[in-house]
Design a protein around this ligand. Structure first.
Ligand code: NAD
Length: 255
């Protein structure tokens, strides 16, 4: 694909997992000619991911805890020092603890909110500073179907993603004067480390609800996010792209 992203500087958080969505987004952006900085809380896995991605283009690894203000500030500063600026940022890092709400401690709740939600605020605020210096940019946030449906057994995750949904819409309005588009994506069931347990348990049942009759691959998300980052999506802001293979289109498994 050629989306005209050549030379843009793009960052992706939570990109250390080689089988994960962040890694696939970084790979797709590199394939489009972006210079990419990847970040993750795991410095060791990040370095491995960098080695893999270096085959596709210019990539910088910046360890970062996206729930920590100073760490996020340091990440953007390091990216600017290395690449001269930032044009695109994808807030992809997230955690998915499976625990019923009434069994959660307040500390566990706070951790989910900090990693999944506070991070999107911190990265969005920081991205604005750097992108506005370049005359604009694109910010993309990872949400989930759980944001809309709720999720028994992972309610804190669902609540955090609902807030990401609302935050994305608000940021789109607040950052439009800086020529920064803000969109999100809603993956269906994508085969990654995060969903491995669910897929092992009920992968066939989930697949039968998907119109395209297959679970998603991280690269399905990577390609769609590259489109969202490009000028081909220039009139899209404050919206979420559902990358689901037609999830929930199939009510009757005989179809
Ligand atoms: P994953 O677990 O493979 O990758 C998430 C990455 O985030 C990991 O590398 C992890 O180390 C990193 N991370 C965790 N805490 C961090 C922190 N504090 N700072 C920086 N990095 C941190 O997950 P994935 O399946 O690739 O999911 C990526 C995003 O997509 C997440 O936001 C997730 O909620 C969302 N999502 C995924 C699916 C799916 O089907 N896989 C569905 C809906 C939403």
């Amino acid at each position: 694909m050629e989306y005209g992203l050549g030379g843009k500087v793009a960052g992706v958080s939570g990109a250390a997992s080689i089988k994960g969505i962040g890694f696939a987004i970084a790979k797709a952006l590199l394939a489009e000619g972006c210079k990419v900085f990847i970040s993750d809380i795991s410095a060791e896995r990040l370095e491995e991911a960098k080695q893999e991605l270096a085959r596709f283009g210019e990539v910088l690894a910046i360890p970062c805890d996206v729930s920590d203000e100073a760490s996020v500030q340091g990440m953007f500063k390091a990216a600017e020092e290395h690449f001269g600026g930032v044009d695109i940022f994808v807030s992809n890092a997230g955690i998915y603890p499976q625990k019923a709400l009434c069994e959660m401690s307040a500390g566990e709740w706070d951790t989910v909110m900090n990693v999944n939600l506070r991070s999107v605020f911190l990265c969005g605020r920081e991205a604005q500073k750097y992108m506005s210096k370049r005359g604009g940019g694109v910010l993309i946030n990872a949400a989930s179907y759980a944001a809309i449906l709720g999720s028994a057994g992972s309610g804190a995750y669902a609540a955090s993603k609902s807030a990401v949904y609302s935050l994305t819409k608000t940021l789109a309005a607040e950052l439009a004067p800086y020529h920064i588009r803000v969109c999100g994506f809603i993956p269906g069931v994508i085969a990654t480390g995060m969903t491995q347990g669910v897929i092992d348990e009920r992968g066939d049942a989930l697949q039968s609800q998907i119109a395209l009759r297959r679970l998603g691959e991280p690269q399905d998300v990577g390609n769609a996010v590259a489109f969202l980052c490009s000028d081909a999506a220039s009139y899209l802001t404050g919206m979420f792209l559902e990358i689901t293979g037609g999830k929930f289109c199939v009510q009757n498994p005989d179809y």
